[in-house]
Ligand binder design. Sequence first.
Ligand SMILES: [Zn+2]
Length: 934
Amino acid sequence: MSNEREHPSRPVDTPTPRDLSPDPSPPESRASPSFSFHEERRLLKSDEYWLSTRLVGGRPSSVSTSPQAGKDALANFHHSLELDQAIEEAYTDVLQARGAGFVEPSTMESPSGPEGGDLDPLLASVHRQEGDRDERLSLAEEKRERQISNMNDIVHPMAALRADEKKEEGKTQTVDTVRAFAESGIGSELEALYDNFSKCLALRDKYMMLSNQRLGDNPRDYDGTFQGFAQEGAGDVGGLKPSASVHQCEAAADGQPWKMNPPPPPPHWKWSHAQGKPVDPMASEGQNGGEDVEALEFVFDPKDVPGPEPEGKRRSFGFNDEGVYQVFDANDVAKDGENAKPIWAAPRLKEYYSDLDYLLGVCSDGPAKSFAFRRLKYLASKWTLYTLLNEYQELADMKAVPHRDFYNVRKVDTHIHHSASMNQKHLLRFIKSKLRKAPDEIVIHRDGKDLTLKEVFESLNLTAYDLSIDTLDMHAHQEFHRFDRFNNRYNPTGSSRLREIFLKTDNLLKGKYLAELTKELISDLEQSKYQNSEWRLSIYGRNVNEWDKLAKWVVNNKLVSHNVRWLIQIPRLYDVYKGSGLVNNFEDIVRNVFQPLFEVTADPSSHPELHVFLQRVVGFDSVDDESKPERRLYRKFPTAKMWDTNQSPPYSYWIYYMYANLTSLNSWRKERGFNTLVLRPHCGEAGDPDHLSSAFLTAHSISHGILLRKVPALQYLFYLKQIGLAMSPLSNNALFLTYERNPFKDFFKVGMNVSLSTDDPLQFHFTAQHLLEEYSCAAQIYKLTPADMCELARNSVVQSGWEMQVKKHWIGNKWYLPGSAGNDIHKTNVPNIRMAYRHATLLEELTLIQHGTHTPSATPMPMKSAGVSPSDVAAAAMSQTKRYNQPTLVGGASVLETRRRKSISNLQRSPALSKSTSMAFTEEEEAGANGAAA
Ligand SMILES: [Zn+2]
């Protein structure tokens, strides 16, 4: 990045030369939490130097250099404003004199600091500018706030005025005023702020509960010993909530354990190169070669597929007026017809948008932004302190674990698209071998005739010998900010014919080639044993038969592996289908995507392959270019049927329809004992940061999320809820954000639930071990320690959708418990001390938000590992956090006690919250209060 590009994008008033400013504002306060302190320091220094050498005389003549700081606070206040202005003018002049790609000063004040390589301001669409203005406004507010708080160090402005007027009243009165102000002003402001954050957390809880996305809601989570949590509301998507008690938290298991077909391999299986499949070395003692693990074979038997519900317990389903499927008791429908009440209700469109509005309001509120920003900074600094204190202890702990290291901990590629899951060399080899072995196979139907593979290549003027990675030309390293062109990279040699022949599941060959390729990929994964993939397959919503075709492709080709689970990605391409007349309105897409799923839930034997395929599907993804400008919804909420314009609905609208239909579907599937599905959309990769708000409410976890760095309040909420982020810095590097500016490391330091994933190895990676390549790059650029990498690997398993039985085997029997209680270092290789630190830190933040008490948790210190069990470490951390009854740092002490009760009653009053959520919340609060009193 050139120096010229760095300059315009930096806030003009930040790089204040040392000798000009009586009180330079702290550099990090303006930047996003993603922006590394050191880099900012460096820029600041270079600017200081630059300015001091270029500014004539070092300072503008109009500026006085002897501010009487400390003597007269108010005068100082105005004075510093003048100073800022003068410096701004001087700086602007100088920059304009340089004439280097200079943009308006007003666009510079991006909250995320220098944006040189990030977003071309010219490409930013109109609606972004709107958001920018908001951000600028709140930044101005922030600035004012900071100036006031700077003066508070001396004396409050009001108090200062008064002191000037009535000096005879003496010092006592001044102090009283300050205290009164603190209690009435700052205290109540913080109180409201905590309230707002708590409500946002409760809102997400409501959405997760309704849609059955929490751990334990899914029948696939039952393994015979685990069946969800005893207390309603104690569980979250990734396990037990951090504030819940770990003792007797599990519900009694009385349901059927989930049956895996085929059953999981024995614990110690090895890959046999001689036989080309996994074998069980334990069973092979005394024999040579080992015994086949016969049970690993997948067998599809339509007779095993269950039929419809028994007579009398039948359900039926249909659209409501908004285009959301609902499930009814068939008897009710027979009796009441149209007026039958649905058994499970999903939030209505209007409710969703008002919740979303509330969340957006909280996140764009100036004080909330600065509060969250400070907390995130604090968390990152605390992490630095932790690593300084414990790095050697962590290493020692890891060395003490036999056998386990980074290479043999389980890793899941949490975000990878199936049609781009091989590397280019692999695809090239495959194409060449097909061209050599089956040149006369008819592969495609074009322009009224059938073409063989040989003819296709002749039409492209290519021979097998010509083919190389360069002619294939699928790497996307030149597509920065060109998602439109990126999609064309899916075409080998730029030809859509080859893409259709080799990379589609639904073509003339019925996806035969892609299936063969997939088998090779599966075999690679199984040989690596510790790497697993969650592949995305597409359902477009163009017609209702897509599901059956896809399911038949998977099941008939036996594309089943213990190292693979599937997600279904739904491209947001309404405008394309509408343009070509495939659909009339948005409701058609909803029908095409969801109707087969409701049918197969009602009667699995009606779509036997789909039923079997769905057992291996984890959830839904939503994909497309997020940076496309989108139409905004304001006050009117058109239903799916009414949406018949040519424009695609906005992101939030797509997400609503996926979420709401999933809610009904999951409730029904859970009742029938079929596995439920979760929502894990692509989100926050580019475009409007508002997308992340929709995902905060509705999504189990998301892919990307790099834009969270621009919305500190939302980032803080994502942290508090430990929402999984499957990040792909290499993919971002090619498309939207250069590697060194990726917020991945900052998110990790803060303690967000991040994992590393590859996105599209075909376009971005060079080796066959894409996931390791991704880890390797991150480790080298971000200087990750072995413990960091193992923690990331563990996160990836927690975020993934594998069965409880498998996850227990991979990361420990109690992995769903928070902190070190849930860690098994012999499996994860993550030091317990680190898990305890993460847990204690998260608890500290949650206590602050929910009870208004700030009790800095002790940073775990190195301790003798002998005789200390993981749960002891967690207990120590917990007791540290709970011991303090008195609020220590924030607000007026008197208001905080009442605040807690008020927030509970507010919650109960809030119409947006369903009764059960607020009840659960109250119980939790009370449990917390009891704990604190004890
Ligand atoms: Zn992706």
